[in-house]
Every structure is written in structure tokens, then in C-alpha cells.
Design a protein around this ligand. Structure first.
Ligand SMILES: N[C@@H](CCC(=O)N[C@@H](CS)C(=O)NCC(=O)O)C(=O)O
Length: 290
């Protein structure tokens, strides 16, 4: 791949542009094939994968169940995005944007579809009256941080992560630009967490659940090869404190392994249909390939 490029007058789809994910990237939307989605017996059907965006929702569902909201029982089905399952007709009906996570709430007379991880978090928080404060100032602060994550995350994933770890060539300009932005974002969080136990203040909220899989995962060294060293994440000591504090929560530990298809076999629960699956169906227990 050359970095010496003059754009033509009109862009055309160069299918051979290479890079990781090249096989699933397309300039058009809509389904590529007919495929119905499976449906389990619980009110909530989740179609997902344990990327940071996917983990937000499974952490929320496990937190809701831990808090006694039995109506949050769910089936988590695996969508292998590398194999293009997000382009099946059934998935596209639940999310026309063809990206995980996607949720179908079948608890009412007519199924309700919800897509975009931030929207799913708000939907569940409102449905169960949990993890989104009702008091106006605390609610505004929570939603501000939630939307901060939704706006900032793509600079971390699609910007820094893509050019540092996945692009077919290391482009200094791109890596430098996005490393600078991600370090700025980490500093934003670090300053906030210096004065607050949780991101939006004294309460643990959906803002923490949205931000932790991305920025908590980054400071824990789980993202993009050796990016933790590259970005000197140890400098953000309040982010590190908060990341460890959330990881100590049993629901967070459970939520992050649902629909996970990499890492240690005991940390992969490919599908979740019952609470007991965490004890009996992780890959170390069943040992079946994804
Ligand atoms: N803004 C969306 C982003 C979701 C997203 O980017 N999902 C990725 C995995 S993390 C995906 O499904 N990619 C498949 C594809 O792009 O075809 C959200 O927060 O739900």
C-alpha cells in the first residue's frame, strides 16, 4: 500500500485494498443473504459479539440480573462478524446498520428492535429503572458521558486502533494524529475520575458500562497489541483505579466473557442462555470450536 496517493475525481470500490476486515467492508448497506435469526425462550434476545461495543450490553444485562431484575433474562446469540453474519436478512431487520450489538425485546405484544449500543443501554435503563439516575442533573451528567463515549470511541477504535494495529501499512501521520487524540481522551477521563468515584459522579451508571470496555480495556492492555505501552497508559492513574474497581464486579466479569471467541478458554462463553452457562458452558468446559 502506498502512502503517496492522489485521490481520483470519483471514488470507486477497490475490492483488493486489503487490510484486516477488508472482506467485510462494503460501500453498500442491506442484506447479502437470507438468514433468519434464532430465538430463545427469554424476553430479551441479544445478537452480538464480545467486542467493546458488545460487552457494554452484556455487562448491563448481568448487572440488571445481579440487582434482581428477573425480566432482564436474555439469550445471547453469537454473530461472527468476520464471517459476515451481520449481513443476514434477519440481522438486518433488527439492525439496518449491520453492526453488533442488536437487541430484540419480545416481552410485549409486538417485538421491539433496538440497535446502537448507547441506545440499547438507555432502553434497558429506562425499562428497568436502573443505572440511569432520575434526578435531572445526575441524569444529564450520565447521558453526557454516555454520548461522550459514543462520539469518542470511534477515534480510539476506528482511528488509533485501526492505524496502529490493523492497517496494511504503518502511516506515521495517522498513528500520530489518533494517538494524540486518544491520550487527550484518557486525560479527560483521568481528570473526571480524580474527583469522582464513577464517571458520572457518585453513582455507578450506564456511562461506566459504556466507557469501561473501551478505555478500561485500553489501560488494562487488552486492546491493539502493545498499545498500552505505546500510549503510556500507566500515566492515567485514576482511570486505572476505576478500571480495576469495575473489573472486581462479578457482573462485569460475567458480562465481558459472553459471546467472546478469543482469549483463554475459561474466558469464552460463546452463547449465553442460562445463568448456569457461566459454570458449565465456557470453552474450557465444553471445548468446542467457535
Ligand atoms: N455505533 C455502533 C458501533 C457498532 C460497531 O461498530 N460494531 C462492530 C463491532 S464492534 C461491527 O459489528 N462491525 C461489523 C461490520 O462493520 O461489518 C454501536 O455502538 O453499536
Amino acid at each position: 500500500m502506498s502512502t503517496d496517493y492522489t485521490p481520483p475525481k470519483v471514488w470507486t470500490w477497490n475490492k483488493a485494498s486489503g487490510g484486516q476486515f477488508a472482506n467485510i467492508n462494503r460501500p453498500i448497506a442491506g442484506p447479502t443473504h437470507e438468514k433468519e435469526l434464532p430465538v430463545g425462550r427469554h424476553p430479551l434476545q441479544l445478537y452480538s459479539l464480545a467486542t467493546p461495543n458488545g460487552q457494554k450490553v452484556t455487562i448491563m444485562l448481568e448487572e440488571l440480573l445481579a440487582a434482581g431484575h428477573t425480566g432482564a433474562e436474555y439469550d445471547a446469540w453469537l454473530i461472527k462478524i468476520g464471517e459476515g453474519m451481520q449481513f443476514g436478512s434477519g440481522f438486518v431487520e433488527v439492525n439496518p446498520n449491520s453492526k453488533i450489538p442488536a437487541l430484540l425485546d419480545r416481552s410485549g405484544p409486538k417485538p421491539i428492535r433496538v440497535f446502537e449500543s448507547g441506545s440499547i443501554l438507555v432502553y434497558l435503563a429506562e425499562k428497568f429503572g436502573a443505572f440511569l439516575p432520575k434526578e435531572p442533573a445526575a441524569r444529564a451528567e450520565t447521558l453526557s458521558w454516555l454520548f461522550w463515549q459514543m462520539g469518542s470511541g470511534p477515534y480510539l477504535g476506528g482511528g488509533f486502533g485501526h492505524f496502529y494495529a490493523y492497517a496494511p501499512a504503518k502511516i506515521e501521520y495517522a498513528i500520530d494524529r489518533f494517538a494524540m487524540e486518544v491520550k487527550r481522551q484518557l486525560d479527560v477521563l483521568d481528570r473526571q475520575l480524580a474527583d469522582n468515584e464513577f464517571v458520572a459522579g457518585a453513582d455507578y451508571t450506564i456511562a461506566d458500562m459504556a466507557i469501561w470496555p473501551w478505555y478500561g480495556g485500553l489501560v488494562k492492555g487488552w486492546q491493539y497489541g502493545d498499545s498500552a505501552t505505546f500510549l503510556s497508559v500507566h500515566e492515567y492513574k485514576h482511570v486505572n483505579r476505576w478500571a480495576d474497581q469495575l473489573l472486581a464486579r462479578p457482573a462485569v466479569k460475567r458480562g465481558r466473557i459472553v459471546n467472546r471467541v478469543q482469549g483463554e478458554p475459561h474466558s469464552q462463553l460463546h452463547e449465553r442462555h442460562e445463568a448456569s452457562d457461566f459454570d458449565t458452558k465456557t470453552q474450557d468446559k465444553i471445548g468446542k470450536p467457535a
